[in-house]
Design a protein around this ligand. Structure first.
Ligand code: ADP
Ligand code: ZN
Length: 520
């Protein structure tokens, strides 16, 4: 479709530039728009921030009549109205907080052939509950003025999705009552079966589904090891910001509100213009931090995941995770706030051994699922698969390694192989409870001789030994056990289920190692 010339092509191009002030389409936008302009029903699956809204806003501007947009959140609705107003596109809305007069005016304008608005935003509850709205829409439909229907967050229709909303269940009325109007369902996350369900609920006979790739080609992905015992990642982060990202805008994501405060203070001490942001700050402070950052008066926001909704700064050059996210989905979303202007940007995670256990506790409390956390750990500790491939496979995308273009540390940085069988042998041969620290010391030639002699003395840093242990744990060569003393709980290593394989002399465990750091 991209090359086909439709009667509306020129008008699209012109309005893209003149009204939306954008120079070109992003992948799939033009295809989606052309299909919708051709009258097809369409489901568009596209990651957040990639530009789904343009796919109904631009057709709305280029069509007679108006487009009905169903969207669940009043705050997002208001953001859109503000944005459209700023580019002189007329739009109106109806939601629970609309005044009586406003609602009356909008309903009257619906059937007025001279009404100037191009988009009508409503909440699904209005469609479900307002008979008056439906009868006015019917009139507009009969007069040929209802040009398109967009259903935002379309996955909310399905109970199998992660965000079911009962009012969405009733939206089938739209296609039943206005069968000739093309419907465009938009979502950032929906599996095939969820979409099938949405299709049924919305009464769309044969929708075309377009799925955008999750691959963000302009983002460079990197994982850095963080020392669990003497965490000095803040020094590393401040050096990075001052050297590599001088005067460039960024976000540092942290685990807790307390971390937001301390990491921000530490960065400030080191001369970085940073401010904390978390859910427990008062609303004025939050919006002030956001505003100052958006206008480049603050270089770095040190934030919990509370910093997310409504953030649409295009020139974010780096997103650094001081602590890993709780799943790949979360990581993709958080790191994806970098480089929305399509220029190169970096996504760096600091991965510390102990963070797994810290987050694990939270994940258990929030009932998110340990398995999801492990996907994130796998992303980090993996040293031989392209990082993009890990993300792509996670989102069920077919992946071709050429697609990375050395835009991740695994593909870019040199590596070396290491035989790590000795660590497993060490764990199996000693009577004592072997903590990761003891293994590290043994590897570095410290500690009692009986441990030392088990280990080859390639020089490795503690971080590297910790990474090896994590990998051995995940692969099942080692397992962990806990020991309780009156004062603390510590975990130690023992043989895992796969350890017996090593009885076979020819079975070895080699790991690819990679040196990272500022100079890498
Ligand atoms: P989504 O709804 O998919 O989360 P939005 O529609 O809110 O994404 O768009 C996110 C950002 O991308 C907005 O700032 C928008 O202006 C910008 N954008 C959309 N399309 C383009 C484009 N073709 N070129 C550059 N920026 C774009
Ligand atoms: Zn890669």
């Amino acid at each position: 479709y991209e090359n086909d010339d439709f009667s509306w092509s020129t008008e699209l191009e012109q309005n893209l530039k003149d009204v939306f002030q954008l120079s070109k389409f992003r992948p799939l936008q033009l295809k989606a728009i052309n299909l919708s302009m051709s009258g097809k029903d369409l489901f568009l699956v596209m990651p957040t921030g990639r530009g789904k809204s343009l796919c109904y806003q631009l057709p709305a501007v280029c069509s007679e009549g108006f487009t009905l947009v169903v969207t669940p959140l009043v705050s997002l609705m208001e953001d859109q109205l503000m944005y459209l107003k700023s580019i002189d596109v007329e739009a109106v809305s109806l939601n629970a907080s609309s005044s009586k007069e406003h609602a009356k005016m909008v309903l009257a304008e619906l059937t007025d052939s001279k009404a100037p608005f191009k988009l009508l935003y409503v909440t699904p509850e209005k469609i479900a509950k307002s008979k008056l709205l439906m009868s006015r829409l019917e009139k507009a439909y009969n007069a040929g003025r209802l040009s398109r229907i967009a259903v935002d967050e379309v996955h909310c229709c399905s109970q199998w999705g992660h965000d079911f909303r009962p009012d969405y269940k009733l939206l089938g009325i739209l296609k039943r009552q206005f069968p000739k109007v093309p419907l465009l369902g938009l979502t950032a996350t929906a599996t095939g079966s969820v979409l099938k369900d949405c299709q049924k609920i919305l009464c769309v006979p044969e929708p075309i589904t377009l799925t955008a790739s999750f691959n963000r080609t302009n983002l460079y992905y990197e994982v850095r090891l963080k020392d669990s015992n003497s965490d000095d990642s803040v020094s590393d982060i401040s050096a990075l910001i001052k050297e590599r990202y001088k005067d460039q805008s960024g976000i540092v994501y942290v685990f807790s509100q307390k971390d937001a405060e301390t990491v921000s203070a530490d960065l400030q001490k080191k001369g970085v213009n940073a401010s904390p942001y978390h859910a427990n700050m008062n609303p004025e402070d939050k919006s002030q931090v956001h505003r100052k950052w958006a206008t480049n008066k603050i270089q770095v926001v040190v934030a919990t995941v509370a910093f997310g909704m409504g953030i649409d700064k295009a020139d974010v050059r780096f997103v650094i995770h001081h602590t890993i996210s709780k799943s790949i989905e979360n990581y993709y979303q958080e790191s994806g706030r970098a480089g929305r202007d399509d220029k190169p940007a970096d996504c760096i995670v600091y991965f510390g051994f102990n963070d797994i256990f810290r987050i694990s506790t939270m994940v258990v409390m929030e009932n998110v699922g340990q398995q999801k956390l492990l996907t994130m750990v796998d992303y980090c500790q993996n040293v031989d698969r392209c990082r993009r491939s890990v993300i792509a496979v996670h989102f069920d995308e077919v992946w071709d390694d050429e697609g990375c273009n050395e835009m991740c540390d695994v593909c870019r940085l040199p590596s070396f192989m290491l035989n790590v069988v000795q660590i497993v042998e060490l764990a199996g041969s000693l009577d004592e409870k072997l903590t990761p620290l003891k293994v590290t010391e043994a590897w570095m030639g410290k500690g009692p001789a009986k441990r030392r002699k088990m280990i080859q003395t390639t020089t490795l840093s503690r971080l590297e030994v910790e990474a090896i242990i994590t990998s051995l744990l995940l692969q099942g060569y080692l397992s962990e056990d806990f020991s309780f003393t009156p004062y603390t709980t510590y975990f130690y290593l023992k043989l895992g289920g796969k350890a017996p394989l090593l009885k076979n002399q020819s079975h070895s465990i080699t790991m690819k190692m990679r040196r990272t750091g500022l100079d890498a």
